[in-house]
Design a binder for this molecule. Structure first.
Ligand code: NAP
Ligand code: MG
Length: 484
């Protein structure tokens, strides 16, 4: 499976860490319930196409039950509870995630297709960190600079995508719970399993019934949830297209809403940058998680004098990456999450070629079963081409060049999105100057794709609005807060 010159013996993580049930109900009011008016669907492993489990699909009556359970828990238990008591539950959840970290990592790699070294070293520890961080805030909200008596909003409907299933659940639930809200969460159809194990963890933590309800299903379940009149706030992470649709559907309802949407980040490399470090950053920026990252550095802007050298070094590095079994500890590139996503990537990559950009991938053996796309680099890309403008959400990099900082800033901002960007330079003053002029919610300097629960994350323009993480993230779940 490897396409490097080096041979590695297989080093698969054992599947014995997980005990996937043959079928899962909906998690409503602290109990596992069969759908009343929904149905069932199967979730498969994108690397082997093996069916992993049967999962319930929540219909309108099921969503209604979940929202009513959340309302009851909000009024009777969770909102009146002192913050220091809420904190105990949230700390407990964080510790249980750590205790079950191996299981969660294996499960996430099975259901999503991402390499185990990512789920083990990034997704699961960051998910635990989000619960720890927000547990710490639960009894200190009056000191967060968000007003003397910040109050929860009520029942929150949360809809998340498939690219970081557990981590996105943690980003949504931890701040909502710390601030005294109750939740109904809808995971993505192709990756429901880690959220269902999280429900088991809520049971283990004795979280009062109804504080978190998990309703699995497809986009229809999501649409029912956000439109439910019993929801006070919608928090959505996903595509710009669905985000716009939700915004339209909610207009005039008085519901609060935060949207975390797509991106087309520029990674800007100046000629004085530490180049080998930058090459690692570029690889991490776009090939991490198969490019299934909203803030992926999918456009490389490299200064002309170093462009050729950077692209050559990048290709040499890509030729050493290993694509294959997500459970193998040596795997760098896992499977594409679904056949639909694979089709989107193929179509956009074909458009890049048709529009005249030069396409390159390392020699690479693709496994017979499952959904795979090799790391791909397009050079000679013009700013107007689709691969330079549209979010591809796959391991595909478009390389553009620039001469002056002014030109770099102009090209970087020439997008309808504004989620993230990267700047690589030896000069701190240049990094700060360029960063301040980039229209992006997050700018990394001499690094890429770094996350911390204390650091707010979110976008501008078509990348959405609202922030997750830090005090800014807390404020989105409080009434009378600064920018909530
Ligand atoms: P998506 O199609 O928008 O789906 C996201 C979630 O919304 C899924 O749970 C989906 O259910 C649900 N959904 C679909 N239609 C809906 C509707 N009409 N009403 C309510 N919910 C609905 O996005 P995706 O393609 O799965 O995810 C990739 C996108 O997410 C990318 O564009 C990426 O940039 C973005 N993303 C952004 C961030 C960020 O923080 N800004 C983070 C991660 C991902 P189903 O799964 O069943 O369709
Ligand atoms: Mg799956």
């Amino acid at each position: 499976m490897a396409f490097s010159r080096f041979a590695y013996a297989p080093a698969p993580e054992s599947r014995s860490a997980v005990n996937i049930r043959p079928s899962y109900g909906l998690f409503i009011a602290g109990e596992w319930a069969s759908p009343l008016d929904g149905g069932h669907f199967k979730t498969e492993s994108p690397s082997s196409q093996e069916v992993l489990a049967e999962v319930s699909s929540a219909g309108p009556e099921d969503v209604d039950r979940a929202v009513r359970a959340a309302r009851r828990a909000y009024e009777e238990t969770w909102a009146p509870m002192p913050g220091k008591e809420r904190a105990k539950y949230i700390f407990r959840v964080a510790r249980l995630i750590q205790e079950r970290s191996r299981e969660l990592a294996v499960l996430e790699s099975l259901d999503n297709g991402k390499p185990i070294k990512e789920s083990r070293d990034v997704d699961v520890p960051l998910a635990a960190a989000h619960f720890f961080y927000h547990a710490g805030w639960a009894d200190k909200l009056a000191y967060a600079g968000l007003g003397p008596d910040p109050r929860p909003i009520g029942v929150v409907g949360q809809v998340i995508p498939w690219n970081f299933p557990l981590l996105m659940a943690a980003w949504k639930l931890a701040p909502a719970l710390a601030t005294g809200n109750t939740c109904v969460l809808k995971p993505a159809e192709t990756t429901p399993l880690s959220a269902l194990v999280l429900a088991e963890i809520f049971e283990q933590a004795d979280l009062p019934p109804g504080v978190v309800n998990i309703v699995t299903g497809d986009g229809g379940t999501g649409a029912t949830l956000v439109a439910h009149p019993g929801i006070d706030k919608v928090a959505f992470t996903g595509s710009t297209e669905v985000g716009k649709h939700i915004l339209g559907a909610l207009a005039g309802t008085g519901k609060r809403i935060t949207l975390e949407l797509g991106g087309k980040a520029a990674n800007i490399v100046f000629d004085d940058a530490p180049l080998s470090q930058a090459v690692e950053g570029i690889v991490n920026g776009i090939f991490f998680n198969q490019g299934h990252v909203c803030c992926a550095g999918s456009r490389l802007l490299v200064q002309e004098p170093v462009a050729e050298g950077v692209v050559e070094a990048l290709k040499r590095r890509l030729a050493t990456l290993r694509l294959g079994d997500p459970l193998d500890k040596n795997t760098d590139i896992g499977a594409i999450n679904s056949p639909q996503q694979l089709e989107k990537i193929r179509e956009l990559a074909a458009a890049g070629e048709a529009e005249g950009a030069e396409r390159w991938s390392p020699a690479c053996q693709i496994p017979e079963r499952g959904y795979w796309f090799p790391p791909t680099v397009f050079t000679g890309v013009a700013p107007g081409q689709r691969i330079a403008r549209e979010e591809i959400f796959g391991p595909v990099l478009s390389v553009l060049t620039f001469r002056t900082p002014e030109e770099a800033i102009e090209k970087a901002n020439n997008t309808t999105y504004g989620l993230s960007a990267g700047v690589w330079t030896d000069k701190g003053s240049r990094a700060l100057q360029v960063a301040s002029r980039l229209k992006a919610g997050v700018v990394w300097a001499n690094t890429f794709n770094r996350f911390d629960p204390a650091s707010p994350f979110g976008g501008y323009r078509e990348s959405g609005f609202g922030r997750e993480g830090g005090r800014q993230g807390l404020s989105q779940y409080l009434k009378g807060a600064l920018d909530g």
